[in-house]
Design a protein around this ligand. Structure first.
Ligand code: PLP
Length: 342
């Protein structure tokens, strides 16, 4: 029986949304990888959210559809957000602002563990400037949300109408983008005649994970969502994801409930810090590139795919399991990690 997505899709339609994607992104089978004996008979699939067209693509565009919808409804003329020097969310916010004819201010923070020139000046930051964003580079230790609040005050004083987005665009409204993606995936699964046992995602600011979990919950799907945290510790990320998923559900259906046990967050791939390369990440990025011609980024996708590979190799999933890995984009980040891949 196909999924009944009417409740989820009707609830989503209550929120203003700008169209930034060209249509559904493809789901593809990783045929060569799935055949390796070490994959223990699991079928690996990818959801190609790296193929969202605008600004180099990536998962943040789904959130930005709802965030831009909210911003335009408020009459905003300037998009303001923050993130690390290699923030994909910052890059895509700049691209969206450029296309929409809005001003954009990005507040970027350095990394304590990545201080080389490629990290500071290559990759995403090259693109932020091309999109015409005004960039504020903070020194180490300055809190970006505090700086953003001051900046917004100043912009208002000058007569502008700023719209502020939190880290990763993961407000409850932004996370609706991934509840919509859950509907898209379930529809595609029905068309393919495949039941996905698990959807695997990186977990950074937790909006991707939370949105998907809220979506499958409202669609009464038995597909599990598993996140690999790359930023917070396992316990923190699980708590944030639970809270955020409940907030998204609150927007979509205040009667919906979510058991704490539905939140699955694994901290084994995070490494020493956000953005710090791990051997498993480097191996996972290389394996996907060399066997399938697909590119994952070193900060998010590489670590989450490493977690998926470790679980499959350990025999955690029975043969015949259908596992869908969400490719979230972030390709420019590879160029900021040249020395790690050397
Ligand atoms: C932001 C990001 C993620 C994580 O998404 P969250 O919603 O912040 O958890 C994963 N992959 C890439 C490439 C990203 O830029």
């Amino acid at each position: 029986m196909p999924h009944d997505l009417s409740h989820l899709e009707t609830s989503l339609a209550a929120y203003p949304r700008a169209t930034l994607l060209e249509g559904p992104t493809p789901i593809q089978k990783l045929s060569r990888l799935s055949q390796l004996p070490e994959m223990n008979g699991c079928n690996l699939y990818v959801k190609r959210d790296d193929l969202t067209g605008l600004g180099g693509g990536g998962n943040k565009l789904r959130k930005l559809e709802f965030l831009l919808g909210e911003a335009l409804a408020q009459g905003a003329d300037t998009l303001v957000t923050w993130g690390g020097f290699q923030s994909n969310h910052a890059r895509l916010t700049a691209a969206v602002a450029a296309r929409q004819g809005l001003a954009c201010e990005l507040i970027l923070t350095p990394s304590a563990v990545r201080t080389d020139d490629d990290f500071r000046h290559n990759g995403n930051v090259v693109l932020d400037a091309l999109f015409g964003a005004k960039i504020h580079r903070l020194p180490l230790g300055v809190v970006p949300d505090g700086y953003a609040a001051e900046r917004v005050e100043k912009l208002r004083h000058e007569g502008q109408k700023p719209f502020v987005m939190p880290l990763g665009g993961s407000s409850p409204r932004g996370s609706l983008g991934y509840a919509a993606c859950a509907a898209e995936i379930l529809r595609q699964a029905d068309a393919l005649g495949v039941h996905f046992d698990r959807i695997i995602v990186p977990n950074g600011s937790a909006g991707t994970h939370s949105g998907l979990l809220a979506g499958v919950t409202l669609a009464h799907s038995s597909t599990q969502i598993a996140g690999y945290t790359v930023l917070a510790t396992e316990d923190q990320a699980a708590a944030t994801t639970l809270e955020k998923t409940r907030q998204v559900l609150q927007l979509l259906d205040p009667r919906a409930t979510l058991a704490e046990s539905a939140v699955s967050v694994d901290g084994s791939q995070r490494g020493e810090a956000y953005g710090a390369p791990t051997e498993a990440m480097l191996d996972a990025v290389r394996l996907l590139a060399s066997h399938e011609g697909l590119l994952t980024d070193p900060v998010y996708g590489g670590k989450a795919f490493a977690g998926l590979l470790a679980a499959v190799r350990a025999g955690d999933y029975p043969a015949g399991s259908n596992l869908l890995f969400v490719m979230t984009g972030g390709l420019p980040g590879i160029f900021a990690y040249r020395n790690a891949f050397d």
